[in-house]
Design a protein around this ligand. Structure first.
Ligand code: GLN
Length: 238
């Protein structure tokens, strides 16, 4: 499984997810503590964030280990936002290793990351016949397309995620479908087969596993939908 993390709250740098905390995504890329599938996350990494001066999110994705990008520390320190998403990738066997297969996937204002794996045949019915065009053959890109198509149709975020996850799981009983999605003003996450934690401070951190050893990290139960907004955090069973 890959590892992902997001922040919603007063502006912070991407380094607050990646390199400032002792177990940030940089450390998790080679020494994750709770990862059950795969050992290192060296097949690429991606950042997504929002800048009030720009109409949509900014993305930075590479198909190299996060520690191998000499420009990453400067970028992560400089890029600040009230909404951040970052991911490090361990490619599923058979999936391409390329920038376009690396989270976050994007459509309009939406960003999406996936921890897990799913048979593309289980997602195909959700993509076929709708205005969706996966940017990579990677299973995660297909899942992203299925979600984005519904969001473009005006389906509310929580409904779009539950629908896609339930149908994909119906088609692949062994699917692992942890998703992290943001539109800049809210963060939504699904747990389906892997861990997810939150930490409430002056905003909310959402992360596959705790970024540090401070008290206050809470595990989100499996098969849940988490919705975080400036009004608070709600977790409901799927
Ligand atoms: N299946 C996705 C990929 O190949 C996600 C992998 C993961 O969570 N490790 O990128």
């Amino acid at each position: 499984m890959c590892r992902h993390a997001a922040w919603l709250g007063p502006p912070r740098s991407l380094a607050s997810l990646v390199s400032d905390p002792e177990h940030g995504l940089l450390r998790q890329s080679y020494a994750p503590r709770l990862q059950r599938y795969g050992t290192v996350n060296a097949d690429g990494f991606g950042f997504g964030w929002y800048d009030a001066a720009l109409p949509g999110p900014v993305r930075y994705r590479r198909a190299v280990p996060i520690w191998a990008d000499a420009n990453m520390p400067g970028l992560a320190a400089a890029a600040r936002s009230s909404c951040l998403l970052a991911a490090v990738r361990s490619a599923t066997t058979g999936m391409p290793v390329e920038e376009t297969a690396t989270a976050p996937f994007a459509d309009g204002r939406w960003l999406l990351s996936h921890n897990g794996r799913v048979r593309r045949e289980a997602v195909r019915p959700l993509v076929t016949g709708v205005d969706a065009d996966p940017e990579s053959a990677c299973d995660s890109a297909w899942l992203a397309s299925a979600v984005f198509a519904r969001l473009r149709d005006g389906v509310p975020l929580a409904d779009a995620l539950s629908l896609v996850v339930c149908e994909a799981a119906e088609g692949d009983r062994h699917a692992r479908l942890n998703l992290l999605v943001t539109g800049g003003a809210e963060v939504a996450a699904v747990t389906w087969g892997d861990t997810l934690f939150t930490h409430l401070e002056e905003g909310v951190l959402v992360s596959s596993e705790p970024l540090d050893d401070r008290p206050g990290w809470r595990a989100v139960p499996d098969r849940s939908l988490l919705l975080a907004s400036p009004d608070g955090v709600a977790v409901t069973p799927i």
